[in-house]
Design a protein around this ligand. Structure first.
Ligand SMILES: Cc1ncc(COP(=O)(O)O)c(C=O)c1O
Length: 405
């Protein structure tokens, strides 16, 4: 008997949506108006009316470049020079001088012979793991790695194991248990996106050398924020992994990504990475603007200094809360516990004019739902103080301080 696909798909879809709703894990996608600074407002059905603006403590625009007039002008200049789209894959006719100079700039800044551009960090991570690994190899990932890495690892033909977050003893044991003949790839984030902590790159590199494994670091959240020139966690800690993934949708203020690697790996990705070969190259004007943003990141050190100043203000007020996690990055998690606790605090802050997203499982482990507070150098010290005062006030009102004295 033929099955009715519509009934079957509908049943599957309804079941998944209902379960997600019942668990309180439903994500709602809001439409926002973004202002020239760090404020956002919810779009309303009335085209002329806008809701009250919120101060945005949820974006990854850590250096405030996304709406920076100087960078907007650079993108416009790129459009004048190169037009709108790249019109083809890089391997056909999609690679322009703007892409070429971005690749060169990345190589020089980050210290690698080759840079391969992708349209997103998600596709760069998938491309790397799908292209490099086969069933004879072994992939080892930090347990808290981003979904793009985890999913690519699960779908790749190589067996995958995961080590406890930032636990080098666990990594060492797992590496030691593998066959000497297997090629091994260890993958970690440089700055963990939901926790804001930094991977122990020295130790990771040591373990990889000891067990003759390759090390790949995804520094999506370190680039721009860490290191004297903003080159990220590898500059901060003076370690160069075999492969470095950087993304342009966070501190760089645009979108896209690159894999930095040696000559032959770069050539291998150019030849075989399907996300590279079979996808239209990013618009050349965007590549032009990314190069411009990199110069801003290198030269405008005040943006990183401002982030440090803001982080100190936040730390001074929140450090006695038991859920507060100390980080030296722009990501400041405040662990609430249950999804409902995180949603309640996030809703309270919204009423007070501040947007801080509640991050819930499965994005973070069970019982560690949190506010993911992100700082940006376009916040003012007063805005950060206001946020911390409201958080303290919330805990006092709700007697939920659990450790705040
Ligand atoms: C660590 C990490 N890697 C990769 C990505 C994906 O990057 P993109 O947003 O450019 O696809 C993200 C996005 O949040 C991330 O946090």
């Amino acid at each position: 008997m033929m099955s009715d696909s519509k009934i079957q798909f509908d049943a599957k879809i309804q079941k998944a949506l209902t379960t997600r709703r019942e668990k309180g894990l439903q994500r709602s996608t809001q439409v926002f108006s973004h202002f020239s600074d760090n404020r956002i407002s919810l779009s309303t059905s009335n085209a002329t009316a806008e809701s009250t603006p919120y101060i945005n403590f949820s974006s990854n625009d850590y250096l405030g470049l996304a709406r920076e007039p100087e960078l907007i002008s650079a993108w416009q200049q790129g459009l004048n020079l190169y037009g709108c789209g790249s019109s083809a894959s890089p391997t056909v006719t999609g690679l322009s001088m703007a892409h070429q100079s971005l690749q060169d700039k990345l190589c020089e800044w980050l210290g690698y012979p080759r840079a391969v551009l992708f349209n997103s960090g998600f596709s760069a991570n998938q491309a790397l793991l799908f292209t490099l690994l086969d069933k004879h190899d072994h992939l080892i990932q930090d347990k808290l790695n981003h979904a793009s890495l985890m999913e690519a690892g699960m779908l790749s033909p190589a067996p995958m194991s995961r080590f406890k977050h930032n636990d080098m003893n666990d990594l060492s044991c797992k590496l030691a248990a593998l066959s000497l003949s297997q090629a091994k790839l260890v993958v970690s984030e440089g700055v963990f996106s939901m926790d804001g902590d930094v991977a122990p790159l020295n130790e990771l590199s040591h373990q990889c050398q000891k067990h003759q494994a390759w090390l790949a670091i995804d520094d999506a959240h370190g680039l721009g924020v860490l290191g004297a020139s903003g080159a990220g966690v590898t500059e901060l800690l003076g370690i160069k992994p075999n492969i470095l993934i950087v993304t342009f949708g966070k501190a760089v203020g645009l979108s896209g990504a690159a894999i930095l690697c040696d000559e032959s790996t770069g050539e291998f990705l150019n030849q075989f990475a399907r996300h590279y070969v079979y996808s239209t190259a990013m618009p050349p004007a965007q590549a032009y603007a990314i190069s411009y943003a990199i110069t801003m990141i290198q030269q405008q050190t005040w943006r990183r200094e401002k982030l440090i100043e803001l982080a100190e203000i936040l730390h001074e007020s929140l450090s006695t809360l038991s859920g507060y996690r100390v980080t030296n990055t722009a990501i400041k998690p405040l662990i609430c516990g249950s999804s409902q606790q995180a949603i309640d605090l996030s809703s309270y802050l919204k009423q007070k004019g501040m947007w801080v997203g509640a991050i819930r499982p499965p994005t973070v482990p069970a019982n560690s739902a949190r506010l993911r507070i992100t700082l940006s150098s376009c916040h003012s010290p007063q805005q950060v103080s206001r946020l911390t005062q409201e958080i303290i006030q919330y805990y006092q009102l709700n007697k939920k301080s659990r450790g705040h004295d």
